[in-house]
Design a protein around this ligand. Structure first.
Ligand SMILES: O=c1[nH]c(=O)c2[nH]c(=O)[nH]c2[nH]1
Length: 310
């Protein structure tokens, strides 16, 4: 009987790193949750318990902290690339690395004398996310965010769906459309061809500026697309991003349909022209799709370590 080791990876999950940049009197903080995953020559550790090639998960955790001290922490994409390159470059037994980051945003507390120098309040409606993958074939960056909660109180309809013997949903020309957007986008330029020039890549343009622009495009498309279905809003959001950003090959979304039901106030002799709603928390519809360019370069392993998008 033949039995063999299948796909495998290992790493340290959820290393909580807070880095304070104290180089000026006004501090900057980076608050990250970093997970590492390594692949490589790991047959012996699995089949024989021979740890010769096993760069321990404890060392991986320490590396996150030590490289933060040595290099500082820039954009999450930059720090992810630094770590992935370190693991694949410094350890012969490691052939590939995936680094997953979540970033929690902080903003200096506004005071009557301006933003405080070293007191912060958590900010940002959403959590920024990054997954960097590096192996001998190249580097891939998937940026994104999760938990961007949005709502439209008009310009949303849902009609024309099939009516089966189990259908009770009424057609509507006016409903609340609400969701928590999770979006992940894969950069194309310079990131999946080893040795290709990164001039047009966001590393040159600025990861933070690229992030803010994509978020802005997603929000604007949600707001301005008269919605006939949440699926249509999703596609419009992806299309808006790909039209403007040739450096992005594809964008994937996962969005709950956070249902709001108009409350029946007739028992109290009142009408309810879409004014009073019950915000239901479950069940919820779940709408997921990728929007991609026809000529998108191959995704390679870019999505392999992206949670919820496999
Ligand atoms: O935008 C929507 N898409 C659906 O697929 C769906 N299904 C449903 O019950 N309500 C909605 N709304």
């Amino acid at each position: 009987m033949g039995i063999r080791l299948g796909r495998n990876e290992y790493g340290k999950a959820e290393v909580r790193l807070v880095h304070v940049d104290r180089s000026a009197s006004v501090h900057r903080i980076k608050d990250l949750n970093v997970s590492t995953r390594l692949r490589g020559d790991m047959e012996a550790v699995h089949t024989r318990g021979d740890n010769t090639n096993c760069l321990t998960t404890d060392t991986q955790k320490n590396t996150v902290y030590a490289l933060a001290r040595e290099h500082g922490v820039g954009a999450a994409e930059e720090f992810g690339l630094l770590l992935a390159r370190h693991f694949t470059g410094e350890h012969a037994s490691v052939h590939g690395a995936a680094v997953e980051l979540q970033e929690f945003a902080w903003q200096r507390i506004p005071t009557s004398e301006g933003p405080h120098g070293h007191a912060f309040v958590r900010s940002g409606a959403e959590t920024r996310t990054v997954v960097v993958t590096a192996d001998r074939g190249g580097e891939w960056v998937v940026s994104g965010f999760e938990g961007l909660t949005v709502l439209k109180s008009a310009d949303s309809e849902f009609r024309g769906f099939p009516r089966t013997r189990f259908t009770t949903l009424a057609e509507t020309g006016d409903r609340i459309l609400a969701t928590d957007v999770t979006a992940r986008w894969r950069y194309a330029a310079g990131w999946n061809a080893p040795g290709s020039a990164p001039e047009e890549a966001p590393e040159a343009v600025g990861w933070d500026a690229a992030y803010e622009r994509v978020k802005g495009l997603v929000l604007e498309a949600f707001a301005t697309t008269p919605s006939l279905a949440l699926q249509q809003s999703l596609y419009a959001m992806g299309e808006a991003v790909l039209r403007e950003r040739p450096d992005i090959a594809e964008i994937r979304f996962s969005m709950p349909n956070n249902h709001h039901f108009a409350v029946d106030l007739a028992p109290f002799g009142m009408d309810n022209p879409n004014v009073v709603f019950h915000a239901a928390d479950r069940p919820y519809g779940r709408i997921e799709a990728a929007v991609e360019r026809d000529d998108a370069p191959d995704a390679g392993p870019a999505w392999d370590s992206v949670p919820g998008f496999v």
